[in-house]
Design a protein around this ligand. Structure first.
Ligand SMILES: [Zn+2]
Length: 415
């Protein structure tokens, strides 16, 4: 099982940090845990457990509970105490860079959001200016919470487009118009905290896997549809990035080899041109014009700027043309996911963005298409669920990046 693999430690002094990672992950996955249970789960000796826990207690990262009550009942002898992670002992910062909008959150060690701020930026603003604004927002969030910067483990940035996590460079983000933007370097000029950068949907997949309601699965695929369309994979608890950190670009798989619409990436007929929020809104506006007294047009008239919510509302109210249009979009998603399932064979697909907002409307067609089109029984066995973190998935995901890079990982330095 994925979790067990991660939890196995070793008693050798040379890989003490791996042992620490195993303990921290066990503490993350259990609300309360005894030293004995920790030893069982990590296969570490009780001496190793005791030494590391003593250190974690000293640092305030772990707390002991139930001491008095259990002591009295158990009478003489060593009292049985349970340990728990102290989530608010350290903080992480998550920066979600979407298309035209940025969200910043400060979270605890369980990725609970303690405060969040956001900004929108015109797409013609330079990346360097946007990053300077992001750094300001991070500072503002820290000041707002009044926390000791010493207790911040680092900043995780999830950005739209193709990102090299080793260099922290955004190689290309077609929807933002960014190319070769050194996100990590530019942010480092403004912030003194450790910074890690990855693709935003990949970050969401990690957040969903570690801090969501995902069961213990070997291969999770997270699919996100908003202005862009992307996917992230978590295999045995680890992010799968591919050889050039490009894994998951499902939005640019070719659905229409001929006569497809032009995509922001420069190609034509990509999945993104068929199922993104702007693509669906464009079709919805055509439908609303065709029937000016219809349900969809009515919903559109009730707001200044119609969004996908009005489209879903019309479909929920029984507007057949809207329902058909959405079913057609869901079918394209089903075809794309059938291809993904045939290649990756995931156990679970989690939907974020508009496919989570309109989950009940869209999933039946997505699922029927998958059951019909996948090879053998691969499509019968795959499970589906909407995102746990909903609109916060970008912030939780980028905080999860920081937490896994700077805290729940082998090289953690406690001193
Ligand atoms: Zn494309």
């Amino acid at each position: 099982m994925a979790m067990k693999q991660l939890l196995i430690g070793n008693n050798s002094r040379t890989i003490r940090s791996n042992n620490l990672q195993a303990i921290l992950l066990a503490l993350l996955h259990h609300k309360h845990i005894s030293r004995i249970r920790l030893a069982e789960l990590t296969s570490l000796s009780t001496t190793t457990i005791t030494n590391l826990i003593t250190e974690l207690l000293k640092q305030g990262i772990v707390a002991e509970e139930g001491t008095n009550a259990i002591k009295q009942r158990s009478g003489a002898g060593r009292p049985r105490m349970s340990l728990r992670l102290v989530p608010e002992s350290r903080y992480a910062i998550g920066v979600h860079i979407g298309v035209g909008s940025v969200k910043v959150a400060v979270t605890d060690l369980r990725a609970n959001i303690l405060t969040s701020l956001s900004l929108s930026h015109p797409l013609d603003r330079s990346a360097v200016d946007v990053l300077a604004e992001i750094a300001q927002l991070v500072q503002q969030a820290i000041t707002q919470l009044n926390i000791d910067p010493q207790n911040i483990i680092g900043v995780g940035v999830g950005a739209s487009g193709l990102v090299n996590p080793d260099t922290g460079v955004n190689l290309i983000a077609p929807n933002l118009g960014w190319r070769d933007v050194a996100i990590k370097r530019v942010l480092s000029e403004h912030l003194t905290l450790p910074i890690c950068v990855d693709n935003n949907v990949r970050a969401m997949a990690l957040g969903e896997s570690l801090f969501g309601s995902v069961p213990d699965v070997r291969l999770l695929a997270f699919v996100y549809v908003r202005i862009g369309v992307g996917a992230g994979f978590v295999i045995d608890g680890q992010l799968y990035r591919g050889s050039g950190a490009g894994a998951g670009e499902i939005g640019h798989t070719t659905m229409m080899p001929d006569n497809g619409e032009r995509c922001h990436c420069g190609n034509t007929g990509c999945l993104e041109t068929l199922i993104s929020e702007p693509a669906i809104m464009k079709l919805a506006h055509v439908l609303a014009k065709q029937d000016e007294h219809g349900l969809l047009a009515n919903h559109f008239r009730q707001v200044e700027r119609p969004t996908i919510e009005q489209v879903f509302a019309a479909a929920r109210d029984g507007d057949v043309p809207t329902q058909n249009m959405l079913a057609e979009r869901a079918r394209y998603m089903g075809v794309a996911l059938s291809n993904l399932i045939n290649i990756f064979n995931p156990e679970l697909i989690v939907f974020g963005g508009i496919f989570s907002q309109g989950y009940n409307l869209l999933l039946p067609t997505v699922e029927a298409t998958i059951r019909q089109r996948t090879f053998a029984d691969l499509g019968q066995r795959v499970k589906f669920q909407p995102t746990y973190h909903k609109k916060n998935s970008g912030m939780v995901g980028s905080a999860a990046l920081a937490l896994t890079t700077f805290f729940y990982q082998p090289a953690i330095n406690l001193t």
